[in-house]
Ligand binder design. Structure first.
Ligand code: A3P
Length: 318
């Protein structure tokens, strides 16, 4: 597509006809765009981001595949970076806002409106923004500037269960049900939003050596939150002092914990933090190992084989 503000409806439709397509999870189709599977509206937004977003060295980019812990990572990063501005017990924005309102997505929020580009000067400094695209599809200025990228990775077994639940909730009735067997087949073939997941995680994993990317794991974050927060604070350039290590880290960990966030009024009743959906659907179980309640032995074998093949020798383990 040509370099312009955004593609028109007709231009997008025409471009889509040139792309391989598969059945979608919450839209009729997913399209293979720049090597990953994506929905039409997001393709348009991503082209716009690639053409227009200029990163600043102080930017923080949160990168995830859907359902791998994005909401949590947004909350934690916001809380760490802004810890001197708010009191976690009284006036903290996370007590009254869903994390997606405080840390916007590039493709679902800032560049989602095909009629106008965002006014990024409205974002507080340092700018914290999120994206689901794989590393290769980030705008060049993110790759070449000194901005920081945090990636959170989650066991693909649990991520599948989480995606399936979430997308069944928000999938329009007109598309009919998406049985778990069918969803699982798509997932194992890599056909999931921004997937294949293994390619997605590898794309960021490769950038950890030059220290461009901090690669976190949902599971480690869950069992060892305080230590992981220390690592996160250090990488962000907001290291915790010895004094803070005594209480502030734990305060942030508690503020952002699954149960605390799930029970907040804004997350029980609120709507629209991401698109038109209910905030409560973003908080389901928040556990490690829920896949065991859904996987048959043959599902276990199939996904294990795919992961062994795709991640072999990479150093990523679950
Ligand atoms: P489950 O469906 O397994 O419960 P994302 O934020 O990327 O959409 O990921 C959603 C997953 O993260 C869901 O997993 C959700 O329950 C879990 N989650 C949301 N907030 C969390 C938090 N504060 N701590 C831990 N997990 C959280």
């Amino acid at each position: 597509p040509k370099q312009q503000e955004t593609l028109s409806e007709e231009e997008l439709d025409e471009f889509l006809t040139s792309l391989p397509k598969e059945k979608g999870w919450r839209t009729p189709n997913l399209f293979l765009f720049q090597g990953f599977w994506c929905q039409p509206k997001e393709i348009r937004a991503i082209i716009s981001i690639q053409n227009h977003f200029i990163a600043q060295d102080t930017d923080v980019i949160l990168a995830t595949i859907p359902k791998s812990g994005t909401t949590w990572l947004k909350a934690l990063t916001f809380a760490i970076v802004n810890r001197n501005n708010f009191n976690v017990h009284h006036n903290h924005p996370l007590l009254t806002h869903n994390p997606h309102e405080l840390v916007p997505f590039l493709e679902y929020k800032l560049y989602a409106d095909s009629n106008r580009l965002p006014d990024l000067s409205l974002l507080p400094s340092p700018r914290i923004v999120a994206t689901h695209v794989p590393f290769g599809a980030l705008p060049d200025s993110i790759k070449t500037s000194n901005c920081k990228i945090i990636y959170i990775c989650r066991n693909p077994f649990d991520t599948f269960v989480s995606i399936w639940h979430y997308l069944c909730k928000i999938r329009p009735e007109s598309l009919g049900p998406l049985p778990i067997e069918e969803a699982f087949d798509l997932y194992c073939r890599g056909v999931t939003g921004y997937g294949p997941y293994w390619d997605h995680m590898l794309s960021y994993w490769r950038e950890t050596a030059p220290n461009k990317v901090l690669f976190l794991k949902y599971e480690e974050m869950k069992v060892d939150t305080c230590n992981q927060l220390k690592i996160l604070g250090e990488f962000l350039g907001f290291p915790f002092t010895e004094e803070e290590e005594k209480g502030v880290i734990e305060d942030i960990s508690n503020l952002c914990s699954f149960q605390n966030m799930k029970d907040l009024e804004v997350n029980k009743k609120g709507k629209g933090a991401i698109s038109v959906f209910e905030n409560r659907d973003l908080f389901r179980k928040g556990e490690i190992g829920d896949w065991m309640n859904y996987f048959t032995p043959s599902m276990f074998e199939r996904l294990s084989n795919v992961m062994d093949e795709k991640l072999e020798g990479s150093g990523i383990t679950f």
